[in-house]
Design a binder for this molecule. Structure first.
Ligand code: FAD
Ligand code: PYC
Length: 418
């Protein structure tokens, strides 16, 4: 049984004095001159890596440096869908490791990450989509995943607000269903890992932008940052949409395109949908948050860019798709919208591992779908960094696959968002 950090009395006392003496969840240290390893990027993947480096590999003289605030990148901007229904064996292995770790994450971190296995449905609205998801379901069941194909009548039973008109433009022909997929609270995942890592002595340094990577020949020697030079012989770059620019500082060119992916939420309403629905053909997906807002998203902007803002063209497309799928939302007002810079690879699978530079490791390419992977990715990347060789599950995701033609094609499983 984990020891609670706060008693009812301390919670009440803090509430009465406007949190004046509220203990900080993590320290705000200045960078030391030297560390055994430094992680660049305090998103979920960077923080989870630091947590497992400390917890599993006893590496505690390490730091995470972040140019803004922790969780302020895609980790705090995503729509929190967690599922593991990918087609290829290496993908199933890493996403299912992550989903399984999510099941126990609140206990592990002693922090409520609000993992909610409410079920994920991926609608099939064309014969091609139906066949593609039948294939995925077979592959997933062979790998031991709990999933099944369901009929249009079952879809209607699980999601009563769905448009089941067989004469509409893209009628529902069935769906892929993963009952133990769902959602989690994105900020809490970042905060939980941050607090856990900080408790074990990891320095999390915010407002610290990496501006250069120092090398001696082919060996990494340190980082130039907005808060001075930090010496280290191990650097893990985990900067998502900014990975190409950071890796360029070490002279490594990444097979990545950066694009804006948007999302939006409606005004809060009473509960109308208690699972996640993805409608990949029409390009929209929706779930409902605990506050009652409908959480909505669609595809990426159709051109490369580094914008973290919404734009109307993509949103209009997403909303049109969603109104077709859930006609009742035409009467809703939308509250706010935003964007994140996603890092897309050609095969829609991540890159995890060593790079041509000694001591430089990279974890990126999660694109539109990396929130669900955070615990598994942190676990295998920490192991890779600590032992200077790829973790078994990370092996297939090396950067060399693009020159060797060993693609891990997940263009269907990556779903609606590209
Ligand atoms: P980030 O959280 O982006 O962290 C990278 C960090 O690096 C940032 O904080 C950034 O400030 C920092 N950084 C960058 N450059 C530097 C530098 N030079 N120096 C120091 N720090 C630097 N995934 C899902 O699984 N399910 C979903 O439903 C889902 N929905 C999404 C919806 C939207 C709108 C978006 C944008 C993404 C969505 N994703 C989803 C994808 C998911 O959010 C990302 O794959 C995941 O959050 C990536 O995490 P990360 O830790 O790699 O990157
Ligand atoms: O990976 O499931 C996903 C997803 C949904 C929306 C964006 N990404």
């Amino acid at each position: 049984m984990l020891k609670p950090r706060y008693s009812i009395f301390s919670l009440a006392r803090n509430a009465m004095n406007y949190h004046k003496d509220w203990e900080r969840a993590w320290r705000s240290p200045s960078p030391k001159a030297e560390y055994d390893a430094v992680i660049v990027g305090a998103g979920g993947h960077g923080l989870a890596t630091a947590y497992y480096l400390a917890k599993n590999h006893k590496m505690t003289n390490i730091a995470v440096v972040e140019k803004g605030w922790l969780g302020g990148g895609n980790t705090g901007r995503n729509t929190t869908i967690i599922r593991s229904n990918y087609l290829q064996d290496p993908s199933i292995a890493i996403y299912e490791l992550a989903r399984t770790l999510y099941e126990g994450l609140s206990q592990e971190l002693n922090y409520n990450v609000m993992f909610s296995p409410r079920g994920v449905l991926m609608l099939c609205q064309t014969q091609h989509e139906l066949r593609a998801f039948q294939r995925t379901a077979h592959a997933n069941r062979l790998a031991g995943l709990d999933c099944r194909m369901i009929t249009p009548a079952e879809v209607k039973e699980i999601v009563p607000i769905i448009n089941d008109d067989p004469n509409c433009r893209y009628p529902i022909l069935g769906a892929y269903y993963q009952p133990r997929g769902g959602t989690g609270r994105h900020d809490a995942v970042a905060w939980g890992y941050a607090r856990g890592a900080d408790d074990m002595g990891v320095d999390i340094i915010q407002n610290c932008e990496v501006t250069g990577i120092q090398r001696d020949g082919n060996q990494v020697m340190g980082l130039e940052t907005s808060r001075g030079v930090i010496k280290t012989k191990k650097v893990g770059v985990v900067t998502a949409g900014n990975v190409s620019t950071v890796m360029d500082m070490a002279g490594v060119r990444m097979p990545i395109e950066s694009l804006c992916l948007q999302a939006l939420v409606s005004e809060p309403i009473k509960p109308v949908i208690d699972c996640v629905v993805m409608a990949n053909t029409v390009h929209g997906y929706m779930s409902q948050s605990d506050k009652g807002e409908l959480v909505i998203g669609g595809g990426t902007d159709p051109y490369n860019n580094y914008s973290q803002r919404g734009s109307f063209a993509s949103l209009e497309h997403t909303i049109t798709a969603l109104i077709e799928t859930f006609p009742i939302i035409s009467r809703l007002r939308m509250l706010r919208h935003w964007g994140g810079i996603v890092d897309m690879t050609g095969d829609r699978s991540p890159i995890i591992g060593k790079t041509p530079v000694d001591g430089l490791y990279v974890n990126c390419g999660w694109g539109t779908g990396g929130f669900k992977a955070i615990p598994g990715s942190g676990w295998v990347f920490a192991d890779t960094l600590a032992n200077d060789r790829p973790h078994k599950i990370a092996e297939a995701f090396s950067m060399e696959r693009f020159t060797e033609g060993r693609f891990i094609d997940e263009s269907v499983a990556a779903a609606v968002a590209h």
